[in-house]
Design a protein around this ligand. Sequence first.
Ligand SMILES: Cc1cc2nc3c(=O)[nH]c(=O)nc-3n(C[C@H](O)[C@H](O)[C@H](O)COP(=O)(O)OP(=O)(O)OC[C@H]3O[C@@H](n4cnc5c(N)ncnc54)[C@H](O)[C@@H]3O)c2cc1C
Ligand SMILES: *[C@@H]1O[C@H](CO)[C@@H](O)[C@H](O)[C@H]1NC(C)=O
Ligand SMILES: *[C@@H]1O[C@H](CO)[C@@H](O)[C@H](O)[C@H]1NC(C)=O
Ligand SMILES: *[C@@H]1O[C@H](CO)[C@@H](O)[C@H](O)[C@H]1NC(C)=O
Ligand SMILES: *[C@@H]1O[C@H](CO)[C@@H](O)[C@H](O)[C@H]1NC(C)=O
Ligand SMILES: *[C@@H]1O[C@H](CO)[C@@H](O)[C@H](O)[C@H]1NC(C)=O
Ligand SMILES: *[C@@H]1O[C@H](CO)[C@@H](O)[C@H](O)[C@H]1NC(C)=O
Length: 413
Amino acid sequence: MKLLHFSPLAFLISFLVLLSSKQVASHPNLDKFLRCVSQRSNSLDQISDVIYTRANCSSFKSVLRSYIRNERFNQSTTPKPLAIVTPLDESHVRATVVCAKYHGLQLRVRSGGHDYEGLSYVSHDPFVLLDMFNLRAIDIDIASETAWAQAEGVTQIVDQWQRVAPNTDPDLFIRAQPRVVKGSEYEGNKTVQVRFIALYLGRAKNLVRLVKKSFPLLGLDHKDCIEMPWINSTLYWFGMPLGNPLEELASRTWKPRFYAKYRSDYVQQPIPEEGLDAIWKKLLEFEDLYLQFNPYGGMMSQVPENATAFPHRAGNLFKIQHLSVWSEPGEENARRYTDASKRLYDALAPYVSKNPREHFLNYRDLDVGTNENGNSTFGAAYFKGNLPRLIATKARVDPDNFFRYEQSIPLTI
Ligand SMILES: Cc1cc2nc3c(=O)[nH]c(=O)nc-3n(C[C@H](O)[C@H](O)[C@H](O)COP(=O)(O)OP(=O)(O)OC[C@H]3O[C@@H](n4cnc5c(N)ncnc54)[C@H](O)[C@@H]3O)c2cc1C
Ligand SMILES: *[C@@H]1O[C@H](CO)[C@@H](O)[C@H](O)[C@H]1NC(C)=O
Ligand SMILES: *[C@@H]1O[C@H](CO)[C@@H](O)[C@H](O)[C@H]1NC(C)=O
Ligand SMILES: *[C@@H]1O[C@H](CO)[C@@H](O)[C@H](O)[C@H]1NC(C)=O
Ligand SMILES: *[C@@H]1O[C@H](CO)[C@@H](O)[C@H](O)[C@H]1NC(C)=O
Ligand SMILES: *[C@@H]1O[C@H](CO)[C@@H](O)[C@H](O)[C@H]1NC(C)=O
Ligand SMILES: *[C@@H]1O[C@H](CO)[C@@H](O)[C@H](O)[C@H]1NC(C)=O
């Protein structure tokens, strides 16, 4: 007769082993994948320098982190790749794609790592990261003759702004940035401040003349303008102090550490003044929420909607970027800030595009639906009437859906 034993200790040990092997997160096909990449790459002498696994612990971590731009995806709980390949030539790229597909591993491709939801370096399936940072070829054509202005104003100016900014001189771009401030000058009270920042391709005196006529409430003065070559203005827009050397543009180091959640909207009818007031009121309920109003019009509306995949053309007054940015770690804070962002998003619904509520792909937002949860309405939100053509193309070039992620083009609607 055979006795069956139940030993709690044995159970515990096997459970622990399971857990720790899960943490190491190896994959039965990883070795095969690595061998495959080495064999298929043309430059065999280089290939060992471009493959990182978790065995190369510290360099693996530093390569992975070097293009993370959002602390939400820099957590111990964030899924990590099985391996990172940092190609030096095209054969490394080809080998990585072919071998990942052959050995059933998901692939994530990262260029700058700015994806707002971390999709270029995070996947919940076992995956390898193809990290393109070594492949650099950028041609910059430097133009000069640029002036631009910045001023602060009161909330009512926004109404004039939304009627002027989308229709003004195509050489003028004026962004409005509402945010909540809490300062000694307001006796510690919170108030909404709207900052205007503009880029004008021309001389300051022409800009002042233009703005005085079309957007008088801004009260633009010559002293609010700084003339500089266009290339310098790129640093200024990024928030760098004046006088920063242009070499800064080539720097790839990233110092700020913050957590963030982003969303987007399109405005197609001027928001009535009561609506603007309601938005400011909502903003005041929270902290660290910002909005960025980016005017459309100009060249944006001259390209037909179906000429490229990007469909947000004529008919849009401006695009809104919602930003929720925080610096305190932890799930609880993440929940608090993303909830706040969701409530502001809900409050904006009456004033923005509908059916579908349109969104900007670059401001990646997984809350508008994913392939995984079966809600691919994000497709119409990002691509509008171009979606059927994108789906047909996808079905033709990637019928196995190998290049997939949470918001990749689905094979069918
Ligand atoms: C600080 C900051 C400022 C920003 N400012 C702006 C702004 O002013 N205007 C604006 O429009 N957007 C802005 N964005 C958003 C940004 O433009 C988008 O997130 C853009 O997709 C980033 O490109 P990337 O190469 O850095 O991103 P990555 O995160 O590397 O990639 C983005 C997506 O493209 C895929 N991908 C990357 N490389 C390849 C490749 N070689 N082949 C195929 N697929 C690839 C990735 O897998 C991912 O799905 C900003 C983002 C940040 C973090
Ligand atoms: C990582 O480790 C593997 C195995 O030890 C080695 O072959 C490879 O060259 C290492 N990669 C780097 C970039 O050092
Ligand atoms: C990620 O976290 C590590 C460890 O806390 C930290 O050293 C690093 O600065 C963080 N940010 C990035 C972008 O790596
Ligand atoms: C600050 O708020 C208090 C209380 O609502 C109010 O009495 C005061 O006038 C406010 N101060 C400013 C500068 O708005
Ligand atoms: C533009 O940048 C260059 C290079 O850093 C600098 O020499 C020049 O003074 C800048 N011009 C202005 C007007 O800021
Ligand atoms: C784009 O739209 C125009 C105008 O509606 C139409 O004539 C044209 O055929 C469309 N092009 C494509 C590729 O669908
Ligand atoms: C899909 O997502 C959109 C946008 O968030 C939402 O409006 C819609 O109700 C969702 N549909 C389903 C079936 O969940």
